[in-house]
Design a protein around this ligand. Structure first.
Ligand SMILES: Cc1cc2nc3c(=O)[nH]c(=O)nc-3n(C[C@H](O)[C@H](O)[C@H](O)COP(=O)(O)OP(=O)(O)OC[C@H]3O[C@@H](n4cnc5c(N)ncnc54)[C@H](O)[C@@H]3O)c2cc1C
Length: 455
C-alpha cells in the first residue's frame, strides 16, 4: 500500500503532524501507525481494589495508544524554552515559542477553551526563591487537566479519522530505505511512503535505537534524571500552585554541586505508576474537575546525572536503579521523610498513622537501599531548601515515592528541520531525544508537517 506520508506513533508529535498536514495539504494520503490501542480502548487495569499494581500488559495503556504517553497526563502544556526540550536549539527560541502557542490555540479550539493559563511573569515567588538559593524558571502553563486533555484528544481524533488512515495495535517492526521513499514493515504487511515521520516517544526508545543502528543514523546519549515523587498536603504548596500551578524550581546542592529540580507538579493530584519497557516507576497527574481532586499535591524531585566517556548507557543506569526498587518493593516504594532521615524503613503502620493519606498504594520501604547516596543526599538537601519557601515540605509525614526516573532518549542527529541524514525521514518528539514534553513534542510535529507540506 502506498502513502505520501507515514507517521509512526500517535502521541502528541504524531497527532499534530497529521493535523498540520491535513490543514495544509488535505490531498495528501497519510497513514498513522500506532503500537497501542485507539483512545476509547485505552484502560489501565489497575483499579486499586482487584488489581493494585502493574500487571505488565502487552501494550501499556498509560504509555501507548492514540494520545501517546500524554493521554492520561495532567495535560500541562508548558509554553517555554526553559525546560521541556531543546527544540529552540534547532529552530531558534522565537520560532519554537510561536509553534507552542499555535499548538495551544488548537488545543483551545478542540475543547480546551476556558482552561487556565498560568504564568511566572512578574511573580513575587521569583524573589522569594532566589533569597533561598532556589531558582524559579520562566514559563506559561496551560493546564488542561487529565479530563479536558482527554476531550481534546477525542475531538482531534474525530476531526482526523476520516482524513487520515489510522492503524491501531500495529507496531511498526522496521523502516527500510526504498526507491523513492521508505518501506514501513509491520508484522503482516508492508507499506510504502514518500516521506516518513517517526514519533515513537519514550515507550519506543529501544525500537528507535534499533532503527538508528540499522539505518546508520548517528546518536548520542549521556543523561538520565533520577529521584522521587514527593506527596504532601495541598495546603503546603497552595500559595505557589494557586498562582503558578506548576513551579519549576532548580537548586544546586552544597555538598556535590549537583542540580536538583522540581518536575511535574500536580496540585490536588494523585501519584500513579508508570511502566516503561517493563520497569515500574512513579509519576503523577491531577484533574481539572474539582470533584476528582484530592487533598494532596505531588511533584518529582529529580537529580540530573550526566555521564562522561567511556560510560554510554545512562538509561541503563536509571533502569538498574528502578529495577532495584521493583525488586525490593514489588513495584514502587513509599517512605515517610521522617523515616528516611532517621535511617529506618517505613512500615504499613507508620504510613497508616501519618497525617496524610497516600494516593498511590505503594509498598512501604526504605529508599536509602535503592537510591545512590549522592542522589539521596541531593534530594534531602532540596527538601530542606524547599521547606524555606513552602514550610511543611520537610515534615516527617511528607511521603516520598521511588523511584521516579526521567529517561532521555538518545539524541538523534537531525537537521534544523528535524530531518535525519536520510532525505524525507523525520525524527520528532520525545523519540528524537530533542523534546521531553507535550508542548515541545506537539510543536515538533507541526514543524515537520509544514516542511513536508511546503515541498
Ligand atoms: C503519566 C505521565 C504524565 C505526563 N504529564 C505531562 C505533562 O503534564 N506535561 C508535559 O508536558 N508532559 C507530560 N508527560 C510527558 C509527555 O506525555 C510526553 O513528553 C509526550 O507525550 C511526548 O509525545 P511524543 O508524541 O513524542 O511521544 P509519546 O506520547 O510517547 O507517543 C509515542 C507513541 O508512539 C507509539 N509507538 C512506539 N513505538 C512504536 C512503533 N514501533 N510502532 C508504532 N507506534 C509506536 C507509542 O505507543 C506511543 O503511543 C507525561 C508523561 C506521562 C507518562
Amino acid at each position: 500500500m502506498n502513502y505520501d506520508v507515514i507517521i509512526v506513533g500517535a502521541g502528541p508529535g504524531g497527532i499534530f503532524a497529521a493535523y498540520e498536514l491535513m490543514q495544509r495539504r488535505p490531498e495528501l494520503k497519510v497513514a498513522v501507525f500506532e503500537a497501542g490501542h485507539a483512545l476509547e480502548k485505552r484502560h489501565c487495569p489497575i483499579d486499586g481494589e482487584k488489581i493494585k499494581s502493574c500487571i505488565g500488559c502487552k501494550s501499556c495503556s498509560i504509555m501507548s495508544g492514540f494520545g501517546g504517553a500524554g493521554a492520561f497526563s495532567d495535560g500541562k502544556y508548558n509554553i517555554t524554552n526553559d525546560f521541556g526540550g531543546t527544540l529552540h536549539e534547532y529552530i531558534g527560541k522565537k520560532h519554537a515559542l510561536e509553534l507552542m502557542q499555535y499548538v495551544d490555540e488548537i488545543n483551545l479550539r478542540f475543547g480546551g477553551e476556558g482552561t487556565k493559563l498560568y504564568s511566572t511573569a512578574g511573580t513575587r515567588f521569583k524573589t522569594l526563591c532566589i533569597q533561598h538559593d532556589l531558582h524559579l524558571l520562566d514559563a506559561s502553563v496551560r493546564h488542561l487537566g487529565t479530563d479536558i486533555n482527554y476531550i481534546v484528544l477525542q475531538n482531534l481524533y474525530a476531526w482526523l479519522k476520516d482524513k487520515v488512515d489510522f492503524f491501531f495495535d500495529t507496531p511498526v517492526v522496521s523502516v527500510e530505505i526504498a526507491e523513492n521513499g521508505y518501506e514501513i514493515l509491520c508484522a503482516d504487511a508492508a507499506y510504502h511512503c514518500g516521506e516518513c515521520i517517526i514519533s515513537v516517544g519514550r515507550s519506543g526508545s529501544k525500537w528507535m535505537e534499533s532503527v538508528c543502528r540499522s539505518l546508520d543514523i548517528p546518536t548520542k546519549s549521556n543523561r538520565v534524571d533520577i529521584g522521587v515523587r514527593v506527596e504532601l498536603p495541598a495546603a503546603v504548596f497552595a500559595h505557589l500552585t494557586d498562582e503558578l500551578y506548576e513551579s519549576k524550581i532548580v537548586y544546586r546542592t552544597e555538598k556535590y554541586g549537583d542540580k536538583v529540580r522540581t518536575f511535574c507538579m500536580n496540585p490536588k493530584g494523585a501519584v500513579v505508576t508508570e511502566n516503561t519497557n517493563g520497569i515500574i516507576t512513579v509519576n503523577g497527574h491531577s484533574y481539572e474537575d474539582p470533584a476528582r481532586q484530592t487533598e494532596n499535591t505531588n511533584f518529582a524531585l529529580l537529580v540530573a546525572k550526566h555521564f562522561s566517556e567511556p560510560f554510554k548507557d545512562s538509561n541503563g543506569y536509571g533502569e538498574s536503579i528502578a529495577r532495584l526498587s521493583n525488586m525490593l518493593g514489588g513495584g514502587v516504594i513509599v517512605q515517610r521523610f521522617g523515616d528516611l532521615i532517621r535511617g529506618r524503613r517505613s512500615t504499613p503502620d507508620r504510613i497508616e498513622e501519618a497525617f496524610i493519606t497516600p494516593t498511590l498504594n505503594a509498598t512501604p520501604g526504605d529508599l536509602s537501599l535503592v537510591l545512590p547516596k549522592r542522589l539521596l543526599d541531593g534530594i534531602i538537601e532540596m527538601i530542606y531548601a524547599l521547606d524555606k519557601v513552602a514550610p511543611g515540605t520537610a515534615n516527617d509525614d511528607t511521603l516520598l515515592y521511588g523511584v521516579e526516573v526521567k529517561f532521555y532518549n538518545m539524541e538523534v542527529e537531525v537537521s534544523d528541520k528535524l530531518e535525519c541524514r536520510h532525505k524525507g525521514l523525520y525524527i520528532i518528539g520525545d523519540g528524537s531525544g530533542i523534546t521531553h514534553s507535550l508542548s515541545h513534542a506537539s510543536a515538533s510535529g507541526v514543524l515537520v508537517a509544514r516542511d513536508i507540506a511546503s515541498r
